[in-house]
Design a binder for this molecule. Structure first.
Ligand SMILES: Cc1cc2nc3c(=O)[nH]c(=O)nc-3n(C[C@H](O)[C@H](O)[C@H](O)COP(=O)(O)OP(=O)(O)OC[C@H]3O[C@@H](n4cnc5c(N)ncnc54)[C@H](O)[C@@H]3O)c2cc1C
Length: 383
């Protein structure tokens, strides 16, 4: 979809594009095998100002709005491996934005500045074995002990979990429900923190972990915001996270569509190009229409968000529609490639499996529908 990008956006686009071509794309298969993006990539991204775009300038960030993140993501997505942008966003957006927005000056100095420079790597730990969509039911408990908190419990499916230097962690400090939750930054080298990498179906370049806290002692100064106000903080990050997923999904869908179109011109069957068959012309036309619609919805969500307007419903629509579209585009385009689309060495096969996580992370499609229903007077009892 076309948008009027500023000269600044275009400059950023060119420099990210060059970086991706030179430093990322040639290595993504190795990183997928290794299950993580190497440290030195973060240092380089930090030096170029690509990690701290939305972080505060007084702590080394760029103070830019989400349109810059959009450009960054669109170009990162050209590497053909969703695990790469997901790793970068879990660090720069999900884990660090919360500290930057709500943390004390000392905490921001300690974590935000090195995060923006790529000297430290972060993860966001919210989900648990028995609390995923239902964040308010999380059970990992932090108890105050002098100048520390002692944490016990576990977290599941945490991106960057085994490699992070700090985990922005949602814990229970009070009673049940959303009012008893706090956010505490847990240093990765804390005694009592154990981590286990989990193997996934896709997004192989991103590290995903289960974390165990066993009498894990963390300085009380690492509390973000005030005690028992953490649910609000976690929720405040969700709009940005969902937009990140929507932008990734749109770029992903377009990458798969472009691959399919190329293939449709090359591959012949029954004496003609596959795009000679009207059935495939129409199927790809439908996909392109949906991709354009997903981009339009996503851009509308971003526009409202950067202008500080209420956007929860629109952002949920964008996340829902873009990620479901990417999943459908993946299935259709893989089918179009026949046997090749099932082979590990085929880009489409990797894009196909990477699409499977998009409708789950940062709130499932069912959660998005729930938000849209509540925001638009679609629940029983609402007059
Ligand atoms: C690749 C990947 C990376 C992730 N990274 C992180 C991370 O960095 N940090 C983090 O904290 N979490 C992370 N997650 C976890 C993610 O946020 C959760 O998986 C997600 O919120 C869903 O929670 P769940 O898996 O426990 O599923 P559940 O909440 O158990 O849901 C299971 C199914 O039931 C449905 N369901 C649940 N409640 C309702 C309802 N009320 N109405 C209708 N349907 C419902 C869901 O939509 C889903 O289909 C990641 C997940 C993935 C897959």
């Amino acid at each position: 979809m076309q948008r009027e990008w500023s000269e600044e956006h275009e400059l950023l686009r060119r420099s990210v594009n060059e970086f991706v071509e030179r430093e990322i794309t040639p290595h993504v298969l190795d990183w997928e095998s290794a299950g993580e993006v190497p440290r030195q990539v973060f240092r380089k991204l930090g030096e170029l100002g690509m990690l701290g775009m939305r972080l505060s300038p007084e702590y080394g960030g760029g103070g830019q709005d989400f349109w810059f993140t959009t450009v960054l993501l669109q170009e990162l997505m050209r590497c053909g491996s969703i695990g790469v942008p997901v790793t970068i966003m879990a660090h720069a957006e999900f884990a660090t934005m919360l500290i930057d927005r709500w943390g004390s000056p000392a905490l921001r100095e300690k974590y935000v500045r090195p995060a923006a420079a790529g000297r430290m790597l972060g993860a966001l730990g919210v989900s648990e074995p028995d609390a995923g969509s239902d964040v308010a039911s999380l059970r990992t408990r932090a108890v105050r002990d002098g100048d520390d908190y002692i944490i016990n419990g576990s977290k599941l499916y945490i991106t960057n979990g085994t490699i992070a230097d700090y985990i922005t962690t949602a814990v229970r400090t009070g009673g049940p429900g959303h009012r008893g939750i706090s956010v505490i930054v847990v240093p990765g080298d804390s005694k009592g923190l154990k981590r286990r990498r989990i193997q996934k179906l896709g997004t192989h370049a991103s590290d995903t972990a289960e974390l165990f806290f066993e009498d894990c002692r963390v300085p009380a100064d690492n509390l973000v915001g005030t005690e028992n106000d953490g649910f609000r903080l976690v929720m405040s990050g969700f709009e940005g996270e969902r937009l990140v997923l929507a932008v990734i999904a749109c770029a992903h869908a377009r990458a798969m569509f472009d691959e399919a179109r190329k293939w449709g011109h090359q591959r012949k069957a029954f004496g003609q190009q596959l795009l000679g068959f009207q059935v495939w012309q129409h199927r790809l036309a439908d996909l392109l229409t949906r991709i354009e619609a997903a981009e339009a919805l996503t851009y509308r969500g971003i526009d409202l968000y950067v202008n500080g307007r209420p956007a929860q419903s629109e952002i949920s629509m964008a996340k829902l529609f873009a990620t479901e579209t990417a999943l459908d585009v993946a299935r259709e385009c893989a089918q179009f490639q026949g046997g090749l689309g099932y082979m590990e060495e085929c880009l489409m096969a990797r894009l196909h499996r990477d699409a499977l996580a998009l409708t789950i992370g940062a709130g499932t499609s069912e959660m998005m529908r729930g938000i849209i229903a509540r925001a638009n007077n679609l629940t029983a009892g609402a007059a």
